[in-house]
Design a protein around this ligand. Sequence first.
Ligand SMILES: Nc1ncnc2c1ncn2[C@@H]1O[C@H](COP(=O)(O)OP(=O)(O)O)[C@@H](O)[C@H]1O
Ligand code: SF4
Ligand SMILES: [Mg+2]
Length: 426
Amino acid sequence: MSQTSDRSPEAGPAVSPAELDSAEALQHVLEPHAPSRLDPTAPPVLEVEDLKMWFPVKSSGLVRRTIGHVQAVDGVSFQVPRGGSLGLVGESGCGKSTTGRLITRLYEPTGGAMRFGGHDGSEAVDLATLSNRGMKPYRRDVQMIFQDPYTSLNPRHTVGAIVGAPLLVHGVVPKDKVLDRVQELLEVVGLNPEHYNRYPSEFSGGQRQRIGIARALTLNPKLLVADEPVSALDVSIQAQVINLLQDLQKEFDIAFLFIAHDLAVVRHFCPEVAVMYLGKIVEIADRETLYSRPHHPYTQALLSAVPDIKQAAVGGRRERIRLEGDVPSPINPPSGCRFRTRCPMAQEICAKVEPPLLQIGQRHKVACHFPGELGKHPDKPVTARLLGVDDQGSPDPGAGPATDLGNKPGYDSTWFDLERRTMAGA
Ligand SMILES: Nc1ncnc2c1ncn2[C@@H]1O[C@H](COP(=O)(O)OP(=O)(O)O)[C@@H](O)[C@H]1O
Ligand code: SF4
Ligand SMILES: [Mg+2]
């Protein structure tokens, strides 16, 4: 078979390819937003607490000593609700893939917990502490879809071998039934089941990503880590793959950690979204809150780049907020707030004290000393008293003892009310 074009036979939307060649077009061909299916009372499928991945940096020469660390992920906490999906967003290099790889235990974490299960009455297990052997049953439950459909499939194996391999490794179906299951899966992801004996090179990018999805589904996972699953695809194909993932999520009740580098794609998929910057979560909230009332300057800048008319609601402005400078190195991140070297609002306290990820609403947390809607950021740091410092960030005995704000996943029933500057509850 000759190489299949991405435009056919998959291309469906009645928009020309030229029109589709922008992120804006993506908004038109996606299905309506996935309904919010967050049940705040249901136990999560995955609970990540204070997760860290510091890669050692070695000196050159014969005796290779550790001379520093890449703080790729540095104290990240979140929950992935059952059957729901959490979006993880941030610029390239902020630690998204590392987080995904930790959850699938492709990396051994430097610290923190990753409690999996418990949503179905079973006891939650900390994936961070399991041996390779202990991980084996959970490797079935937690699968990953990779960003690049060209490098993630072995070019020398047929599609049948690629999709069927996990079935053989885990011995979940008898050998003579593997082909049936492979064909069933190819059909589920919208590929011709008769094409099982073809090679990846005979498929288009979108079709290859469908093969990657079929492989991830093979063992009936409970959680899928989708690491920028559509970034490498043409915009018209992106929409189809996202819609497929959304259908699969509903049909098989799979929870997703959906990683993306911008907020446009995630908006359609995830009822809850976390924004990462330089190894940390800077804001996390339900979709409605995050997109209409972001309180962190970084989220506001990212959102100003989303070409969606509804973003006019964000502070009543649509012009793009351009961030100055480059993302600093995670080997030597800025003191205090890591975003301060690029933040238009940074003040003295920002360099001295790290802002805690403070809960400021029922399902809204933000890590900024001056949290507020665009144009309505407070003049004085709201965090100073909580942290036992003065407005410049110096220790202040008069401010009283620092409150233990912790770094817990999920939300409390009480939170910090920004208007009244006190704790409030539902
Ligand atoms: N295996 C590794 N060894 C050393 N540094 C790494 C490794 N993997 C990623 N990094 C570094 O960790 C940071 C986060 O990377 P990554 O998780 O891939 O970010 P993202 O997926 O958000 O683009 C980057 O600075 C990257 O260079
Ligand atoms: S803490 Fe300071 S530097 Fe960090 S985001 Fe808030 S205002 Fe900007
Ligand atoms: Mg990545």
